[in-house]
Design a protein around this ligand. Structure first.
Ligand code: F6R
Length: 612
């Protein structure tokens, strides 16, 4: 949620800040602002409500704001409506302190009351203005330097934050602080960058520092110094980012989502090849030895949104292959329900960003109980990747579209490979099947390529869907898990109400919603459940539903029931989610386009949910 950038160096800051914000717009886009300073002249702040375009216009693409040091922000509103007044940067009354913030300050009301008693007034409804003024208050009250003033503030606030701050007395310097909100710092050629996420600085540098929780940093004169809460300097290692800048660009596609759908075969191959050598799985890079795998008594998969849907697939696949109990839980529920965990359990946290607040809290809850944790994570160096005992990286590269596609697909691959390795090591699968199923997973990218080649056909049915009020997705077993993801893809980018149901549940209530013309998308890829799902299709069809059936080639008689059929290549049924999801992603995309919506930045959403 919210994107932060900062730059201090020799070049003009404003264009760099605007470009950085354009790379972070997926994190929030209801308003944006920048603060720039030329030498020791006063800081200038410009803000605009709505998309970044407005800020570009107001600043003449940055040309209207001179100065080589500045901070910027693109906002996803938490405290206070989206408005210019509530947009960041915020400042103390005398512009002594200017700051941008990502996160939520939980005790903001108490701090606001305290500062009001000290004579501060407030012009916005944001918690950020309160933190900014608290820093100013400590700075002046104790007559201390920026690090001490920020440290005092960090001790006093509760919640999560990534802060970038400028002080009137320190031209050319940016101070940053972090707790539970991501932030990276880059240095190159005597210039310093800070941002919520790597793509914002990729065109300038690939050498970054990760600032840890409850740490601060001082950026200036081409150097970065890190400090802990005691104000002691902390040494850090530079990390090289291996993504290239192009991976974070649209590369000729109209939207990131379409580009990322096309990148799925490569992302899957890369993830697969990272742990499969000579046709066998080797989890040594993940740190899961055979002895560890043999000792695990239960697997609990915890995640949010689409990542949770991959956990649903994993549950079916892993229980079936490895005969080990698998639970899958929503992180937002898990963290607050005092879960019962056993010493030999493995808690698997699945997260593209590695920063989702609920998933991170679930990880910490499991660790606090002394349970081994495994992160399936895309963003290298993210909080979950750093805090989990073991990490299985999805090599999807930067995912920019808010609606996930390639990260989801690579998360599935990690789940399959874990399930296969667990089964083999624990003796529930013989060598021949193990090797043939690994080869089956290896065939997925090529099959996805075939589905994508045929994508134009889906536009026909997307046109029919674009005018509907409601869409229902049904399926059984893994097809139910696929339906959940298909439904989320549809609703989040097309704003059409959609629901997914386990097909067998329909007659326990939902079927009363089916009337003439209601669209039902039936996912029927599981051969052993095919006849059952077909009966459910017949039930809704006889009540007037318009049925879109998704199955694999060969099941052509689905056309006797479905009004429109979509076929994907044949594959072992356990892995069918990887194929069936692709037409559903494409449908969501085309319906969104058909309705004239912003596919990559759906309303009210942000890519990385770093607040509860
Ligand atoms: C939907 C989507 C979200 C994320 C969820 C978890 O398309 O992208 O549902 O899957 O917010 O995010 P991560 O994986 O970053 O923890």
């Amino acid at each position: 949620m919210c994107g932060i950038v900062g730059f201090t160096g020799r070049h003009e800051a404003a264009p760099i800040l605007l470009e950085g914000l354009s790379k972070l717009e997926y994190r929030g886009y209801d308003s944006a602002g920048i603060a720039v300073r030329k030498g020791d002249t006063p800081v200038r702040i410009v803000k605009a409500k709505g998309r970044l375009k407005g800020l570009y216009e107001k600043t003449d693409s940055g040309k209207a704001m001179e100065g080589t040091c500045g901070i910027g922000h693109t906002r996803w509103a938490t405290h206070g409506e989206p408005s210019e007044n509530n947009a960041h940067p915020h400042c103390s009354d005398d512009m002594n302190v200017v700051a941008v913030h990502n996160g939520i300050i939980e005790n903001y009301q108490e701090l606001r009351d305290k500062l009001s008693r000290k004579g501060y007034t407030f012009y916005s409804q944001t918690d950020t203005e309160i933190v900014t003024k608290l820093v100013d208050y400590y700075y002046k009250k104790y007559n201390i330097g920026p690090i001490d003033a920020i440290a005092k503030t960090m001790v006093r606030v509760r919640g999560s934050y990534a802060l970038a701050i400028m002080f009137k007395d320190y031209p050319g310097h940016i101070w940053v602080a972090r707790k539970d909100s991501p932030m990276v710092i880059g240095v190159t050629d005597g210039e310093c960058y800070v941002a919520s996420d790597v793509p914002a600085m990729l065109s300038y540098t690939r050498n970054v520092y990760y600032i840890d929780n409850l740490e601060m940093a001082d950026l200036g004169n081409g150097e970065v110094h890190f400090y802990n809460l005691d104000g002691d300097e902390v040494k850090k290692e530079l990390t090289e980012i291996t993504w290239d800048a192009e991976a974070a660009e649209k590369g000729g596609f109209e939207h990131f989502m379409m580009k990322e759908i096309h990148e799925q075969p490569k992302a899957i191959r890369d993830t697969f090849n990272s742990v499969v050598k000579d046709g066998r799985i080797d989890l040594s890079s993940v740190g899961l030895t055979d002895d560890i795998i043999k000792d695990i008594s239960q697997v609990i998969i915890v995640a949010c949104g689409s990542a949770y849907h991959t956990g649903m697939v994993d549950q079916y696949v892993m229980e079936e292959f490895a005969r080990i109990p698998v639970r899958v839980e929503l992180a937002s529920e898990f963290r607050y329900r005092n879960p019962i965990l056993n010493p030999n359990d493995l808690v698997v946290i699945v997260s593209q960003s590695g920063e989702t607040a609920d998933s991170l809290a679930a990880l910490r809850e499991a660790k606090a109980q002394g349970i081994r944790t495994l992160g399936i994570v895309n963003v290298v160096g993210s909080s979950i990747a750093r805090e989990a005992d073991n990490v299985f990286y999805t090599l999807a590269g930067p995912e920019i579209a808010v609606a996930t596609t390639k990260a989801y697909s690579t998360q599935l691959i990690c789940g399959y490979l874990l399930a296969l390795q667990f089964a083999y090591v624990r003796g529930t699968m013989d060598e021949e099947r193990y090797l043939s199923l690994i080869a089956e997973v290896a065939s997925i990218p090529e099959k996805i390529e075939k589905i994508i080649e045929d994508k134009e056909r889906l536009q026909f049915i997307a046109a029919r869907l674009a005018n509907s009020q409601d869409v229902f997705f049904i399926g059984r077993g893994i097809d139910y898990a696929i339906s959940m993801e298909g439904s989320l893809k549809m609703k989040e980018i097309s704003y059409i109400h959609s629901e997914a149901y386990a097909a067998g549940e329909l007659k326990h209530g939902t079927i009363s919603l089916i009337e003439d013309g209601t669209i039902v998308i039936s996912v029927a890829t599981q051969d052993d459940l095919y006849e059952k799902t077909k009966s459910n299709m017949v039930e809704v069809k006889s009540r007037g539903a318009f049925i879109v059936g998704i199955t694999h080639y060969g099941n052509f008689e689905i056309e006797n029931t479905a009004n429109y059929s979509i076929y994907v290549p044949k594959l072992d049924t356990h892995f069918m989610a990887s194929l069936a999801v692709v037409p559903l992603q494409l449908l969501g995309y085309y319906v969104s386009i058909g309705r004239g919506l912003d596919v990559d930045k759906p309303r009210n959403l942000a890519k990385s949910v770093t607040v509860e």
